[in-house]
Design a protein around this ligand. Structure first.
Ligand SMILES: Cc1cc2nc3c(=O)[nH]c(=O)nc-3n(C[C@H](O)[C@H](O)[C@H](O)COP(=O)(O)OP(=O)(O)OC[C@H]3O[C@@H](n4cnc5c(N)ncnc54)[C@H](O)[C@@H]3O)c2cc1C
Length: 332
């Protein structure tokens, strides 16, 4: 073999060796994962149907699904993610999530136990990201602490509420947050001030981190009965004006400045419009319902149709609020 032939064979061999190595790694991360999920409260499952973890009830399987119960284990998962280069998606209650029909090729994580704690010290409340928002709302009203009455009808977790800066009736979750704890992808905890969280309308800067682990809230002391009454009045109004019986992911689109996406969809004549098993709610135009085994494709086709019709009729481009999982390497 000439020197030229040797060099040519070396350059063509390199990518093959590299790919073979990568392929081997991709097979092995699934064998290695059980070694780091050892806490008795944690759960690890493979080929987990994500439809059952979303309010839409739509979506294929995640390669792996973990219910992580401690900070130490979450930190181990962050390091595992870096070591094996495996895509990770943190899911809260799945109430603002559309999962692809082909699922998610990676590890989806839900936070439980130690990561869903609730501690109250007078008006200062420490919450884990896995805690449910309605549970926080109810507990605070009983304790005579005001500030989260708006949240009883928002079926998310604290982590999802922080990422989305969830809100209703003129209040947003970020308003009551003094600081947020996040984990970076080396597994270290980082404390962020309210300003560093970059809260905006249905947005925060927190998705730049590996995971949100919790927050500190400052609430206002008040009369428990009056707080409970206000919380229940908000809830009643929500149930009367929004669809609650069918599977959905809350508002599909963000409200454009000074207007309401529901109104624009309504005047575009789209209420009740259906593609496959997905339908625009006749109760509130900004909700897409899974009325008959809808696929993620049905929902996205309907989203595209609504955007096109509203743009044609009103000149306004609607932006989606609902996050997507399984359409790329991370949640979009
Ligand atoms: C019936 C219904 C009514 C609703 N009403 C409202 C309303 O009034 N106002 C409102 O704002 N929203 C509403 N929503 C939408 C939804 O409840 C909120 O956006 C909620 O905050 C999402 O929380 P989640 O835990 O379900 O997040 P998910 O849907 O699970 O996830 C949403 C995003 O947050 C990320 N995420 C979740 N937890 C973490 C974490 N710990 N660390 C990092 N990333 C994380 C996910 O990766 C994803 O990007 C409604 C939804 C439904 C189904």
């Amino acid at each position: 073999m000439s020197l030229g032939q040797v060099l040519a064979s070396l350059t063509s061999a390199k990518p093959i060796c590299y790919n073979r190595e990568k392929g081997r790694d991709r097979m092995n991360w699934q064998n290695a994962l059980p070694e780091i999920i050892t806490h008795p409260n944690s759960r690890l499952r493979f080929k987990e149907p994500l439809a059952k973890h979303t309010y839409f009830g739509i979506g294929g399987e995640a390669t792996a699904y973990i219910e992580v119960s401690t900070i130490a284990e979450l930190s181990a998962v962050a390091r595992f993610h870096r070591q094996w280069d495996v895509p990770i998606a943190i899911i809260g209650r799945g109430s603002n999530l559309l999962v692809s029909d082909t699922g998610f090729k990676g590890i989806s994580i839900r936070l439980i136990s130690e990561l869903a704690k609730l501690e109250v010290d007078r008006r200062v409340v420490s919450v884990g990201a896995g805690l449910s928002l309605p549970r926080l709302s109810k507990t605070m009203s009983r304790r005579g602490l005001s500030g989260v009455e708006f949240a009883l009808g928002i079926p998310g977790s604290i982590g999802g509420a922080l990422i989305m800066n969830a809100g209703a009736w003129g209040s947003s979750f970020g308003d009551i947050v003094t600081d947020v704890t996040v984990m970076d992808d080396t597994g270290e905890l980082v404390n962020l001030t309210h300003a560093e969280a970059n809260f905006a309308y249905r947005h925060s800067g927190l998705d730049a981190y590996f995971c949100v682990t919790g927050a500190t809230l400052e609430l206002k002391p008040g009369d428990a009965d009056a707080i409970t009454e206000k919380m229940q009045a908000f809830y009643k109004q929500k149930v009367e004006t929004q669809p609650f019986a069918e599977e959905n992911a809350g508002c599909m689109f963000k409200n454009p400045p000074g207007d309401s996406a529901g109104r624009l969809i309504d005047i575009s004549g789209l209420k009740g419009y259906r593609i496959g098993g997905a339908e625009v709610s006749t109760v509130h135009g900004n909700f897409i319902l899974n009325i008959d085994n809808a696929t993620a494709t049905d929902v996205l086709d309907l989203v595209a149709h609504i955007q096109q019709q509203v743009r044609e009729k009103t000149g306004i481009s609607l932006q989606t609020e609902v996050k997507r999982l399984g359409f790329g390497p991370k949640v979009e």
